[in-house]
Design a binder for this molecule. Structure first.
Ligand SMILES: *Cc1c(COP(=O)(O)O)cnc(C)c1O
Length: 366
């Protein structure tokens, strides 16, 4: 197998993805996402090579389109007519879109706290949406039960479906074309298949003899739900389910892993293998990451999508990251997917006008 000469889309890597027939590919045009040098943040943080990989720029506004495009193409190959997914919101709106494109029925289980924007998105694509009381792990369990009871095909983007994980590894192939092997990659993690998949892609590149080292993978969680980072901090191998139920604004990574703790341990293992880190962010730091990305770099991310930047700040402060290191932050979800947390504050600052004839003063900086 050879790497494609001029990759423009994820499916240019079809030889490396688990699909036999190109005809079965269910695609909405998964373009290679841009890698943007964060020049303003470089100055702020004293770094020479800080890049943002903008994965929010997928069809449905999150990186979940990658795993779903692969998982649902495989469903097509298996002749499946109904897929089911448990999701904190992004994976289900994405699965709903790909199911629509692939002529499949889509059943969705989400926690009751899922942001409205994501629920509406899934509904507009005609998914059948069920809100589940409590946290994400409850939705996960119900989707599992429905899978065995009705024989549906489960594309839940934990490690449950082996095909969706493959969609995540293309990050590595893309980055390899764009800047080679970074020194650090910061990834927001729930269960963590995006982090695991990214490292898997680099392992494959190493097996092909294209590279001779791995990036250090840094998993970033919200402090309020950080089962993997807690295990990392205690230098443990096994992740425990998170029973402290405190909501975080980073709903997209709010995964307590209860009942499938081993998924967290797999991610932790990938972090150790790559000599990486686990980092957690308090709520204020998550908000600050959203604002810095927007104000400094013109990138609007949802809370879960923004946490990578806060992780960089912590490891710069600790002296782990050196100024010359090549650092990549994965931005995983678009800001428009979760407006409520910012709306109150921002809407207050909008000026109302009827005409320009009186009283328009432009505020000058003192
Ligand atoms: C799902 C999701 C994540 C976490 O990805 P996992 O690979 O499931 O850990 C991160 N950010 C956003 C925006 C997500 O929707």
């Amino acid at each position: 197998m050879k790497l494609p000469p001029n990759p423009k889309e994820m499916w240019d890597y079809i030889d490396f993805l688990p699909i036999e027939e190109r005809n079965n590919v269910v695609s909405l045009g998964e373009s290679i996402s841009p890698l943007l040098e964060a020049k303003n943040l470089e100055k702020q943080l004293g770094l020479d090579n800080l890049y943002i990989k903008d994965y929010a720029r997928n069809t449905t506004g999150s990186f979940k389109d990658r795993p779903n495009s692969v998982g649902i193409s495989k469903a097509k190959e298996f002749g499946i007519d109904t897929i089911v997914i448990a999701s904190s919101g992004n994976a289900s709106s994405s699965a709903a879109a790909y199911a629509a494109k692939g002529n499949m029925r889509c059943i969705v289980f989400v926690p009751e706290s899922t942001p409205k924007e994501k629920l509406v998105q899934a509904r507009v694509y005609q998914a059948e949406v069920f809100k589940v009381k409590g946290h994400y792990s409850n939705a996960f369990r119900l989707a599992m039960e429905a899978t065995s009871k009705y024989g549906w095909y489960n594309v839940t983007t934990t490690y449950l479906n082996p095909y969706t994980v493959e969609g995540n590894k293309v990050v590595a192939y893309e980055l390899f074309e764009q800047i080679g092997v970074p020194d650090f990659i910061f990834v927001p993690i729930g269960a963590g298949p995006l982090l695991y998949g990214t490292l898997k892609g680099f392992k494959e590149l190493k097996m092909m003899g294209k590279i001779d080292k791995y990036p250090r993978m840094v998993g970033v969680q919200a402090a309020r739900c950080s089962p993997i980072v807690e295990a990392f901090e205690k230098n443990q191998r096994e992740v425990k389910g998170w029973t402290k139920e405190i909501p975080t604004i980073a709903s997209g990574i709010n995964d307590p892993l209860i009942g499938y703790e081993n998924d967290g341990s797999l991610t932790l293992e990938a972090i150790y293998q790559s000599k990486g880190y686990g980092v957690k962010l308090q709520e204020e730091a998550i908000l600050e990451s959203i604002h810095s990305l927007a104000k400094e770099e013109g990138i609007f991310a949802e809370p879960a999508g923004a946490v990578g930047l806060g992780g960089v700040k912590q490891l710069v402060d600790k002296g782990v990251i050196k100024p010359a290191d090549k650092v990549v932050v994965l931005v995983t979800g678009h800001g428009l997917k979760n407006i409520a947390i910012l709306a109150q504050e921002e809407l207050k600052l909008i000026s109302q006008l009827t005409d320009l004839n009186n009283n328009l003063t432009i505020k000058k900086e003192e």
